[in-house]
Write a protein that binds this ligand. Structure first.
Ligand SMILES: Nc1ncnc2c1ncn2[C@@H]1O[C@H](COP(=O)(O)OP(=O)(O)O)[C@@H](O)[C@H]1O
Ligand SMILES: [Mg+2]
Length: 315
């Protein structure tokens, strides 16, 4: 869907992006992760041709981006940024309708789409449709920004630190909602962030960048091995192994009870993840916990061995 091959962007002597190659498959979220100034935004902007590359090839749907009429390319790519945000003198409805209007959709279809998108991003239609950006909180404005990028249903979305200006609680909420929306929409996404936990929560694959160079590109479970390991390990930190456990649902690792059910001191709901299980076992000094389904049935156990085995596989 998106393929970068040996892409470079040089500003005089500065190598903002240096021989970067990666592929993002259809329906996949690729997170570009790295410190400020490592070339994440530059990479994103070369994909929708806001910036020309110095050399290398960028293909979208098998076609070189330079061979597209630029308007057509941008129309198939939604773009969400933190700071450019919404037009302040336009209502939420008007902001979201911009691209549909450009595409000359009729009023009824446009209005229906706006309502559908507001619902999708979790904003009450009647309450928000006529508001102005100045009347929205940071989190609400970002939701409208996401709705606007989705308006014409582009297959590709580029997101540049979209939740960066939002407070931690709303940020976590937006991340969860984004994952939920993506499960429904299956967009091809390139998501830029400097936040390791955000990358972990959202990415199907993570590309770690440093000084314009891709240091490793892999699923979060595999990112600690391969690539420039020394850099990657130092950047992610040893506690990455603990963070990664949040990606493993308990339900996938259940084993049958090794003792009578009444012997278990701990019990976790089946919707938890291995990080919850480890935290609970460590804090209570237990080697295992029982797991209970939504309807109250006891399903089996999670034990320390399982968690350690999963961690070993991630290494
Ligand atoms: N228009 C420009 N002219 C010169 N240098 C630039 C320009 N835009 C970005 N840079 C430099 O390129 C590097 C990468 O920038 P950027 O892609 O914005 O980083 P990130 O998004 O990872 O924070 C930085 O060193 C930045 O200062
Ligand atoms: Mg940036």
């Amino acid at each position: 869907m998106i393929a970068l091959q040996e892409v470079c962007k040089f500003y005089d002597d500065l190598k903002a992006v240096d021989h970067l190659s990666l592929e993002v498959a259809e329906g996949e979220i690729c997170v570009l992760l790295g410190k400020s100034g490592c070339g994440k935004s530059t990479t994103l902007k070369m994909i929708n041709r806001l910036i020309p590359s110095t050399s290398g090839q960028i293909k979208v749907n098998g076609k070189n981006v330079e061979d597209y009429v630029v308007e057509n390319l941008r129309r198939s790519i939604g773009y969400v940024v933190q700071s450019i945000g919404l037009f302040p003198y336009m209502t939420v409805e008007h902001n979201i309708s911009l691209v549909p209007q450009m595409l000359k959709w009729d009023k009824k279809k446009t209005r229906a789409r706006v309502e559908e998108l507001l619902e999708l991003v979790g904003l009450d239609v009647d309450l928000y449709i006529h508001k102005y950006p100045g009347e929205l909180s940071g989190g609400e404005a970002q939701r409208v920004g996401v709705a606007r990028a989705l308006a014409a249903d582009p297959p590709i979305i580029l997101m540049d630190e979209p939740f960066g200006a939002v407070d931690p609680i709303n940020r976590t909420r937006l991340q969860k909602e984004f994952v939920r929306i993506q499960k429904q929409l299956h967009k091809t996404v390139v998501f830029v962030t400097h936040d390791i936990e955000e990358a972990l929560k959202i990415g199907d694959k993570i590309g770690i960048m440093d000084k314009g160079v891709l240091q490793n590109f892999a699923p979060p479970e595999k990112i600690m091995s391969g690539g420039n390991q020394a850099f990657v390990r130092d950047f992610l930190g040893e506690d990455y192994f603990l963070k990664i456990l949040s990606r493993f649902p308990i339900a996938d690792y259940l084993v049958s009870f090794s003792a009578p059910v009444t012997d278990y001191k701990l019990c976790l709901p089946a919707a938890s993840n291995l990080q919850n299980a480890l935290a609970m076992m460590v804090s209570q000094g237990e080697m295992k916990t029982a797991v209970q389904g939504e309807n109250g049935t006891m399903l089996g156990e999670i034990n320390l061995d399982t968690v350690l085995r999963v961690l070993k596989r991630s290494e």
